[in-house]
Design a protein. Structure first.
Length: 728
């Protein structure tokens, strides 16, 4: 969003300058210097490009009313990117506040990838009045030119990055003016950049861009791209949104796209003009990913986008917004409730729940009300007001919806910053260790407080790891892949090795039909395997893997472990699974799931996030930022108190909502378990099936981190393939 704001500003300033208009256009994001932010409140520009978080902070100042009373229009660009999440909750609340301050305010939203326009019309409209929002459909423009890049020998059985195709990707960069190479994670972006640089025989200028790089590094790359000085740029979702660089004539997606809407958005970065086709290439990481890529291209050709999911607004976000409003001016409870309910995510908010939110801000809740540091609001003369000015400063320092892991600054000895790595990754480093970052090989010199000091080196290095859930394959693409299985008439379109894979699976076992849950069991090398082809995404499969192995343990099946991909789960143990249906009872979500979440760190991590967003725990004090350990220690203490004395606390409920809905994709789990009861097909095999190879290879990959060599891993993978594809 920061890159988008800068790019929109750049593209507005040129025509404004050409027409000689006296209009100032400025940005206000987390990257904006504090002196400029202060000046903007005194002398605001005619057009301000900002983010939901920065807008919320503006609304927390006492001069918010005069600042916004003449606001004429708010334009929500790329509305699909956040409307259904917590940032969308915050923006909806901010728009409700702006509508109160400027009743004649006009709202506009833009997007190129909306499957259900009416859902967004309701989200945008005051009080959800869909008829108040006019839908304007633009010309779709030229059809895109899309292709799947096939390797020179064969599509790999495993992997999800497309690294094998580095030389072919570099050849594409050499034959185009400017190429964006999209990766699904920051770690993969660093890895792909190194792979491309290693085969960049022409020494073409290529760069890297992701959200953990310093503002200086990002601005330098963005400026070079805008001026046409780069031939290639490896990037992540940091450039998903509508950045308009006209010289980009090719987009390459490394690995599977995970959704037709996301791929459409990324394709749109190439030839950002209506009259020219956008050219894009997908590099699938394995055979399942080839089918996913083909599904995405077919969906785009048919104009099908991914479904959007809207859910009730989060209570931790509401608490933060109410506190922001109180920082600006005292408010009356009924009027604030009416304003909040005019935002669609909170339109069904019950008065008693809103009263609980106010009580939480005012006392911290029943178990915490004895502590003055949680008493942020008081009720006097029929109005709610901030109890002490220190809480206003505290709110502005700590407000925000994005709760990232604590980061350390990566710096050279002279103080020059390169960006940030997560504290958990830095904790694994010692002096003289090396890692790739910002396109450089860096050697650790020392860690000093929040700074990780490094020097450039030519030594081999590893890639930083970043937390966070993986993007799951969309339901629409998963459904299309299932259709391919059931329709051999589609197979001639696929490469020969993919056809052979599917044909051998059909002979040796079965291919799951749409809506069917295929479960294969087979022995191998003294272990018994169960592979479930559920297509519900990595996040849901991780959760289900934990639950299945717990049930297997209870049933005496002696499970050893499990691995998961976007497409399947494989469990392995010492006893055969003869009745898989018994492991998939619907009540697994009501009993084992609850027990597992409470005993794991999942709920604590969710509580840590809602406690920070809801203002219960501070990330920063004036002049000092808490370390990740300090934040964790504070939230864990409060979590233990609330779990024991007030398990129904507002933030405990919010944490459960997060843990269930976002961190584990529990909705997809529930659908899977419902489907299992009536559609499960159990096939007991004498040996591994072709369809199982991609997920079983992951077991070998996990052992690599424990010292197994790459050669041994390759031998194991080849043995699996030979066994699965044997004709007898």
């Amino acid at each position: 969003m920061k890159a988008l704001a800068i790019d929109v500003q750049r593209n507005l300033l040129d025509p404004i300058g050409e027409m000689g208009l006296d209009i100032r256009v400025e940005t206000r994001t987390g990257d904006t210097p504090s002196d400029r932010k202060a000046r903007q409140r005194v002398r605001p520009p005619q057009m301000l490009l900002t983010t939901p978080e920065s807008l919320s902070l503006l609304l927390s100042h006492t001069d918010a009313a005069p600042l916004f009373e003449h606001l004429s229009t708010i334009v929500v660009d790329e509305v699909h990117a956040f409307a259904g999440g917590k940032r969308g909750d915050l923006l909806a609340l901010c728009m409700a506040r702006l509508q109160t301050l400027a009743p004649a305010l006009r709202r506009v939203a833009l997007s190129a990838t909306v499957a259900d326009p009416d859902a967004y019309r309701a989200w945008l409209a005051p009080d959800g009045d869909i008829d108040a929002v006019t839908l304007v459909r633009g010309d779709p423009g030229a059809d895109p030119d899309l292709a799947i890049l096939l390797p020179q020998d064969r599509i790999p059985w495993s992997g999800h990055s497309g690294r094998y195709a580095a030389a072919q990707v570099m050849a594409e960069i050499e034959t185009h003016r400017t190429t964006l190479v999209f990766c699904n994670t920051r770690s993969l972006a660093e890895l792909i950049f190194q792979d491309l640089w290693a085969v960049n025989e022409l020494k073409l200028p290529i760069g890297i861009h992701h959200g953990s790089l310093s503002i200086e590094a990002r601005r330098k790359v963005e400026g070079a791209m805008a001026e046409g000085r780069l031939r290639g740029l490896v990037c992540t979702a940091s450039l998903d949104l509508g950045v308009d660089w006209g010289d980009v004539d090719l987009v390459i997606q490394m690995g599977a796209p995970k959704g037709a809407s996301r791929l459409t958005q990324r394709i749109g970065r190439a030839n950002h003009r209506l009259d020219e086709a956008s050219e894009a290439v997908i590099v699938p990481g394995n055979r399942f990913e080839y089918l996913e890529a083909r599904a995405a291209l077919d969906a785009i050709e048919e104009g099908e986008l991914d479904d959007e999911i809207f859910r009730p607004g989060a209570l931790d976000v509401l608490a933060q917004h109410v506190m922001a409003c109180a920082c600006a001016a005292p408010f009356e409870e009924a009027a604030m409730l009416a304003e909040v309910r005019s935002a669609l995510p909170y339109s069904a908010l019950a008065p008693e729940i809103f009263a609980q939110v106010l009580d939480y801000i005012a006392t911290g809740g029943y178990a915490l009300k004895a502590y003055d540091r949680f008493r942020r609001l008081v009720h006097e003369g029929g109005m709610w007001r901030v109890s002490h000015p220190k809480f206003i400063a505290q709110h502005r320092l700590n407000a925000g919806i994005i709760v990232e892991a604590t980061m350390l600054n990566v710096r050279f000895r002279n103080g020059r910053g390169l960006g940030k790595v997560e504290e958990s990754f830095a904790a694994t480093l010692s002096p003289r260790d090396t890692f790739f970052f910002a396109g450089l090989s860096l050697e650790v010199e020392r860690i000093d407080g929040e700074d990780l000091f490094v020097r450039a080196t030519s030594k081999p290095a590893r890639i930083p790891t970043y937390g966070g859930a993986r993007m799951p394959i969309s339901t629409n693409l998963a459904t299309r892949v299932r259709r391919y299985f059931a329709d051999p008439a589609q197979w001639p379109r696929f490469p020969a090795d993919v056809r052979d894979w599917l044909e051998m699976q059909a002979r040796r076992s079965v291919l799951p039909k749409p809506g069917q849950l295929l479960v294969e069991t087979f022995p191998r090398e003294g272990r018994h395997y169960m592979v479930v082809y559920s297509f519900e995404g990595w996040n849901a499969h991780q959760s289900l893997g934990f639950l299945l192995t717990r049930r297997m343990e209870t049933a005496g099946l002696k499970p050893i472990g499990f691995v998961a991909s976007d497409y399947a789960i494989a469990t392995f143990g010492l006893e055969p699974v003869t009745d898989p249906a018994s492991l998939f009872d619907r009540d697994v979500l009501e009993h084992e799931f609850v027990d597992w979440v409470q005993q794991s760190s999942l709920l604590k991590r969710a509580f840590r996030e809602v406690a920070v967003i809801g203002g219960l725990v501070e990330r920063q004090h004036p002049g000092k930022r808490k370390t990740g350990r300090q934040v964790s220690f504070s939230t864990d203490l409060i979590y233990d108190v609330l779990r024991k004395y007030e398990p129904d606390h507002l933030l405990m409920r919010a944490a459960w909502q997060d843990a269930r809905a976002r961190m584990t994709d529990v909705g997809r789990l529930a659908d899977l378990l419902d489907r299992a009861a009536g559609t499960m097909l159990h096939v007991d095999l004498a040996r591994v099936s072709p369809l199982a190879v991609p997920v079983l290879v992951l077991i070998g990959r996990e052992r690599v981190t424990q010292g197994t060599t790459d050669d041994a891993l390759l031998i194991e993978a080849e043995a699996l393939v030979a066994e699965a594809m044997r004709e007898d």
